[in-house]
Design a protein around this ligand. Structure first.
Ligand code: ADP
Ligand code: MG
Length: 246
């Protein structure tokens, strides 16, 4: 059995002549906390959208559980267990926490009639499991940024997620909220779910991840266990200052 959950091989993505990703290979193992590091514009979000089936690569291959996947669509990506928590969280502000959590279930069950009481129970369980204080009946737009993020995480966990991708999750959080997020990330990992933690903040990635991939200008420039890196080395890889100074 392969330890790899998803593998990208030599992926290329262009937008009207702009090369966003070039010959990029990346492997995320089952159950690992993997950090994708890169400066603004380096291609991180594009890479996420390829893994989640939003964009089709112009070249290259995607493997999930060792099997080649052709034309990965957003729906197929979700069915394979890939969940993305975007920076805007993609929630419905004028619906309550419980209603937002029910959305995922509703989408999956499609035409089946929702048993609201059951959905509410599942939602309650999902929030309880995160160990946080979230009022199921509050409108999401009234929550803090951290609160909205927790709803998005709980929603991702209500599907059969195998990989949760978090795009720059700490951007708008306080120090205490980051601590809570990290505790939750580790709890998610303990359920055997892999995390792709997308960031450009050195200290955070060194603290939370087990493996770091650094990209610059759409290309992979470093890849290895977190123990092989320190802040100075990641900065050099991200900025390419090693090249400039020579
Ligand atoms: P990051 O998330 O690391 O900041 P992105 O993946 O958003 O980087 O962008 C990588 C590069 O691709 C940038 O040069 C960006 O301008 C370009 N790009 C991303 N998405 C599009 C798009 N939809 N159309 C045109 N160019 C894009
Ligand atoms: Mg981005």
């Amino acid at each position: 059995m392969s330890e790899n959950f998803i593998e990208l091989r030599n992926v290329r993505k262009e937008f009207a002549g702009v090369v966003a990703l070039k010959d990029l290979s990346l492997t995320i193992q089952k159950g690992e906390i993997h950090c994708l590091a890169g400066e603004n514009g380096s291609g991180k979000s594009t890479l996420i959208k390829i893994m989640s089936g939003v964009y089709q690569p112009n070249a290259g291959e995607i493997y999930i559980d060792g099997n080649k996947v052709e034309n990965l669509s957003p729906m197929a990506s979700i069915e394979h267990g890939v969940q993305v928590i975007y920076q805007d969280f993609s929630l419905f502000g004028n619906l309550t926490v419980a209603e937002n959590l029910a959305m995922n279930v509703q989408l999956r069950e499609q035409r089946q009639v929702l048993n609201w009481r059951k959905v509410r129970e599942i939602a309650k369980e999902a929030v309880k499991r995160l160990g946080v204080d979230l009022d199921l009946d509050m409108d999401v737009e009234k929550l803090s940024t951290a609160g909205k993020q927790l709803v998005a995480i709980a929603r991702a966990l209500m599907s059969d997620a195998r990989l949760i991708i978090m795009d720059e999750p700490t951007t708008a959080l306080t120090g205490k909220e980051i601590e809570t997020l990290f505790r939750i990330v580790k709890d998610i990992q303990s359920r055997g779910i892999a995390i792709l933690f997308v960031s450009h903040k050195m200290r955070e990635m060194l603290e939370i991840s087990e493996h770091i991939t650094v990209i610059r200008n759409g290309q992979k420039v470093a890849d290895g266990p977190t123990g092989d890196f320190d802040e100075a080395l990641i900065t050099r890889h991200m900025t390419g200052s090693d090249i400039i100074s020579k």
